[in-house]
Write a protein that binds this ligand. Structure first.
Ligand SMILES: [Zn+2]
Ligand SMILES: [Zn+2]
Length: 312
């Protein structure tokens, strides 16, 4: 695959994000950075170094909807924009804002998060200014071949994001991996509204582990990661990530020597996390609890507005 990596700064803790320029029958860019002026400069610079201009790009292809990946979709005047249908919900559907607020409020109440934090977390989630707002040109579905790139197949890999795809080149066996697997840090199995826009919470960590297992079923020479370096030993790293989650899951089981809410478990599991990190740590804890329920080690019961987890 003729591929050029463009490193783009983000305002987030995760640091830089990677975009990938791929020359096939079409000239495509996979992910486009956060919608900030410095990210725009990095994009222009990277594309120029590869011998092109923004107007030469024919397709913008998105691994998922998070703003560090899908911010600058409108920077390319001649490009078609491809990604999961879910991305459109975040880009241009103002009316969905109140659904999303209601979804998060319901989940946070179930987790027994105190009211003062619920509003804070919803405010953080609502920060839409770093998102693009152009509708997609074409929706990608699981196992679609990417136009202009024969043999490049999209695989739906939810967990970190409900819109997440990886792109596998059947010939070179390279993968553009988005945030499915990162070299230095674990991807967070974020709690997000489901693709069908109901109020049933997707079990993100369980989805994420299934996506990782799928990744290891592919024959891969190199994975181009959304953050940090390329990954060669995919199976080894997947193993490390899953083992770490199982360790954490056992820790959560220990914490549940008496029935607790998600919020209570989170406070014990992440004693040093600040308020800003609460949304992320709640997602992780929820994931470990979902795994324990799935493995029939604990149960979850609804008590009034919240859920209580206890050992079986
Ligand atoms: Zn992401
Ligand atoms: Zn990311």
């Amino acid at each position: 695959m003729e591929i050029t990596k463009i490193i783009i700064p983000t305002p987030y803790d995760v640091g830089d994000v990677n975009a990938f320029l791929v020359k096939g029958e079409a000239l495509s860019i996979f992910d486009v950075g956060t919608k900030t002026p410095t990210a725009y400069e990095a994009l222009v610079h990277g594309i120029k170094n590869a011998g092109y201009q923004l107007s030469d790009i024919e397709q913008v292809i998105l691994t998922h909807h998070h703003p560090d990946h899908a911010g600058w979709i409108e920077a390319f005047p001649n490009a078609r924009i491809l990604g999961h249908e879910y991305i459109d919900y975040w880009m241009n559907k103002e009316e969905l804002l109140s659904y999303r607020d209601d979804f998060y409020e319901l989940q946070l109440k179930k987790q027994a998060v105190p009211e003062e934090y619920i509003q804070k977390i919803i405010q953080i989630r609502r920060r839409m200014d770093l998102y693009g707002n152009t509708p997609l040109t074409q929706f990608i579905k699981d196992r679609d071949e990417i136009p202009g790139h024969p043999g490049l197949i999209a695989y739906y890999t939810p967990g970190h994001a409900q819109s997440h795809f990886i792109f596998y080149n059947q010939k070179s066996k390279e993968v553009i991996g988005g945030d499915l697997l990162l070299e230095k840090i674990a991807s967070n199995p974020l709690i997000e509204p489901p693709v069908d826009l109901s109020f049933d919470r997707p079990k993100s960590l369980i989805q994420y582990h299934e996506s990782l297992k799928f990744l290891t079923s592919l024959d891969i020479t190199k994975l181009y990661s959304g953050h940090g370096n390329d990954i060669v030993d995919v199976k080894e790293l997947v193993d490390v990530r899953i083992q770490k989650d199982l360790l954490r899951t056992n820790q959560v089981y220990e914490i549940l020597h008496e029935p607790k809410t998600v919020y209570e478990v989170t406070k014990e599991l992440y004693p040093n996390a600040n308020d800003y990190q609460l949304g992320l740590t709640l997602s992780k804890t929820q994931g470990y609890l979902d795994l324990l329920v799935k493995n029939e080690r604990i149960r979850c019961e609804q008590v009034g507005e919240y859920e209580l987890y206890s050992r079986l």
